[in-house]
Design a protein. Structure first.
Length: 391
């Protein structure tokens, strides 16, 4: 049996310019998630720890950051857990590579003769780990854009199988081909290549949301980012615990997600008809206060004429209580209820004209224009009834 922790896209040292004062805290969350992944590897007593690219957010990192990573990897060395790392598209193995500037294996307490920590590179696309009867293949390139698929020509015929190798593990940092969506990605592989590879498991990186799949007999997975890099990645925060077993002539691969990230995501839809005022909405949302939570709020349905919301003001009021708050108003003003004023009055003519235009636009499917007309109707009704309206 072989047990693996598979992670990728840690993006240590990410700048997070969009987070302002919270950028530093998010960088620490990312490091804490990496540490949690190593804690999990030690607790589960796995055999192998894989990082499928983008351990670092860029090749420009201070030495102290590399030393922090090395200290964590040394915990695996001390626990006799082997580590294999491939560069990604952010920490690409070019002339300025962080893996050229720093000898991460040596810094982590590994030596060439023990192979406890291995960084695969263009000149070393695979490593045989005899004590694990495992071959790890991770073809990488010296350029960000791959000249060809890293799985090209990898297919292994049964006659070529080495009896000293029980398990063949692949590592790729790139996208699985999706026509029209991945055409411009730097590294692309196809499910046909995965199926033909002869691998037992393919550890993928680059997509930040965790997912598991199968191509032919080959099980593959994206571990996703162990902590969210962008705050819309609600499938981030995980690593994969992979178990490969052989017995009674059968082989099996099982993959289980394990949570290591702290950032939580909540999507909340609120019926605008239930919202009495902006202060009431702020008070309601504040009950979910959590500094590790990304809250995405959507107001839907039909809102009252008197409900006047300033979305940036709401987000600013809630910002100190959350990691990030987004409030979107998708609600629409109500149409006129009850008897209409006489068509000979200004109010009667205005309401009839607007409601006829709204009906025509909605019938034609012009929802955006219809929503604008509904808002004009709401404001017009308020003004005509003597209310003060702020525009």
């Amino acid at each position: 049996m072989l047990r693996i922790i598979h992670t990728a896209d840690v993006h240590l040292g990410a700048r997070h310019d969009d987070l302002g004062e919270q950028a530093s805290a998010q960088r620490e969350r990312q490091f804490a998630a990496f540490k949690a992944a190593i804690d999990l590897a030690l607790a589960e007593k796995v055999d192998l720890f894989l990082v499928a690219g983008d351990l670092f957010d860029s090749n420009v990192q201070p030495r102290r950051s590399v030393e922090r990573v090395a200290a964590e990897l040394k915990r695996l060395v001390d626990g006799r857990i082997r580590t294999v790392i491939i560069p990604g598209t952010h920490d690409v193995y070019d002339r300025a590579s962080i893996y050229r500037a720093y000898d991460l294996p040596v810094m982590a307490g590994s030596h060439p003769d023990d192979g406890m920590v291995t960084v695969l590179e263009p000149e070393r696309p695979a490593v045989h780990l005899p004590t694990l009867q495992t071959l790890v293949i991770g073809r990488v390139f010296a350029t960000k854009r791959a000249p060809h698929s890293p799985l090209q020509g990898l297919a292994v015929a049964p006659a070529d199988l080495d009896p000293a190798v029980t398990w063949r593990i692949g590592m790729v940092h790139g996208s699985i081909a999706i026509p029209g969506r991945t055409d411009r990605d730097e590294v692309v592989v196809t499910t046909e290549e995965i199926a033909a590879s002869g691998l037992d498991y393919l550890a993928l990186g680059h997509w930040h949301s965790a997912q598991i799949g199968k191509a032919g007999t080959v099980t593959y997975a994206y571990a996703g980012a162990p902590e969210a890099v962008a705050l819309d990645q609600d499938r981030a925060g995980k690593v994969m615990l992979v178990t490969l077993e052989e017995g009674d002539g059968t082989r099996s691969v099982s993959v289980a997600e394990r949570q290591v990230g702290r950032t939580g995501f909540v999507k909340l839809e609120i019926d605008a008809a239930t919202v009495a005022s902006q202060p009431a909405l702020v008070e309601l949302l504040a009950t979910r206060a959590d500094p590790d939570l990304v809250l995405d709020v959507r107001l839907a349905g039909v809102r009252r004429d008197e409900l006047d919301l300033d979305l940036p003001e709401i987000e600013a009021a809630l910002a100190p209580s959350f990691l990030k708050v987004r409030v979107r108003d998708m609600s629409v003003p109500a149409l006129t209820e009850g008897p209409l004023p006489s068509p000979e009055t200004i109010a009667g003519a205005f309401i009839r004209d607007l409601e006829a235009r709204i009906a025509a636009l909605e019938t034609a499917g012009s929802t955006a224009e219809a929503a604008e007309e509904r808002d004009a109707l709401r404001l017009g009704r308020l003004l005509l009834s003597g209310h003060e309206v702020s525009l």
